[in-house]
Design a protein around this ligand. Structure first.
Ligand code: PGA
Length: 242
């Protein structure tokens, strides 16, 4: 399997012109990759325009709804994303969980995405408080079990990725210690029967590589850095040289 670098742009940038510019700069920087797949997850609004000229980058969404279509004001369905040419969808990001997304909703979304042949990137992670009180493994297991509940497919045979994103590391500049990340990687590997695992949370051009070489992850979920073209491209190239 290729290494996977996923850029989560979150609610950035604020115009299509800027989104195209950023996307094109990244694209130019990552030509001829051999061992790495790059996925950009822009705001929904920019997907169809970026799709027109996306190669070699794959596109992902940052969320989606679970129903295929119908009376669900304001929602975007997995089928719409698939029809647009999306390949991936980030699900259960902690910023969405903080807004009220539950394990049950995430479970429905994963089921719907697999049905639509989109690859879910399921995000898991403990808060600072949970970590301090020694609940990390318990929380990760609970989130994972709930997200995969009643999946008809065997998870090890499903096109799924799991991203370990400690909440306290997201956007804080405090990335997870490599030894701790290694322990969590082992734990999740056993639970997920070796699905591809990504690390996310304050990844930068200096610390990113070690999560693959020392902690056993197959890729990275990158937030802030994916908006900084030079550093993001530098990280992708390092990963491709591994
Ligand atoms: P960050 O965000 O890289 O800015 O910490 C990661 C994420 O939220 O996926």
């Amino acid at each position: 399997m290729k290494n996977l670098i996923v850029g989560n742009w979150k609610t950035n940038p604020v115009s299509l012109v800027e989104a195209k510019h950023l996307f094109n700069l990244i694209k130019r920087g990552v030509k001829n990759l051999k061992k790495t797949e790059v996925v950009i997850c822009p705001p929904f609004l920019f997907l169809s325009e970026l799709k027109k000229n996306q190669k070699p980058i794959k596109l992902g969404a940052q969320n989606c709804f679970w129903a295929e279509k119908g009376a669900f004001t304001g929602e975007i369905s997995p089928l719409m994303l698939k029809n647009l040419g999306c390949d991936y969808v980030i699900l259960g990001h902690s910023e969405r969980r903080a807004l009220g997304e539950t394990d049950m909703m995430i479970n429905k979304k994963i089921t719907a995405c697999l049905k639509a042949k989109l690859i879910p990137i399921l995000c898991l992670g403990e808060t600072e408080e949970q970590r301090k009180t020694g609940k990390t493994f318990e929380i990760l297991k609970k989130q994972l079990t709930a997200a995969f509940k009643n999946l008809k497919l065997k998870i090890e045979n499903s096109p799924l990725c799991v991203a370990y994103e400690p909440v306290w590391a997201i956007g804080t500049g405090k990335a997870c210690d490599i030894r701790e990340a290694r322990r969590i990687n082992n734990f999740l590997n056993n639970l997920t029967h070796h699905l591809p695992l990504l690390y996310g949370g304050s990844v930068n051009a200096q610390n990113g590589i070690a999560y693959l070489t020392q902690a056993g992850f197959q890729g990275l979920l990158v937030g802030g850095l994916s908006l900084k073209v030079n550093d993001f491209v530098k990280l992708i190239k390092q990963v491709d040289f591994l």
